[in-house]
Design a protein around this ligand. Structure first.
Ligand code: FES
Length: 74
């Protein structure tokens, strides 16, 4: 989430990155290996929201290299 904001891109959120709303979800098109592993908060949101494996909760991940993403609200 912070990398997106630093790049000047909008990120949907109603919890300010606290890992509650899941509105900041992104679809990873390329580079899943360049994103930090899923933490417990993200795993809980994935289960409760039924998110597919190619979607990540952007406020809960760190970008470790090049990635290509999309969102439903861009
Ligand atoms: S901003 Fe709410 S879960 Fe990421």
């Amino acid at each position: 989430m912070q990398a997106l904001l630093d790049a000047g891109l909008p990120v949907a959120s109603s919890c300010s990155g606290d890992g509650v709303c899941a509105k900041c979800k992104i679809q990873v098109i390329e580079g899943m290996r360049n994103i930090s592993p899923e933490n417990a908060t993200e795993s809980f949101l994935r289960e409760s929201k039924g998110l597919p494996g190619d979607q990540r909760i952007s406020c809960q991940v760190q970008v470790l290299g090049d990635i290509t993403i999309d969102t439903t609200y861009w």
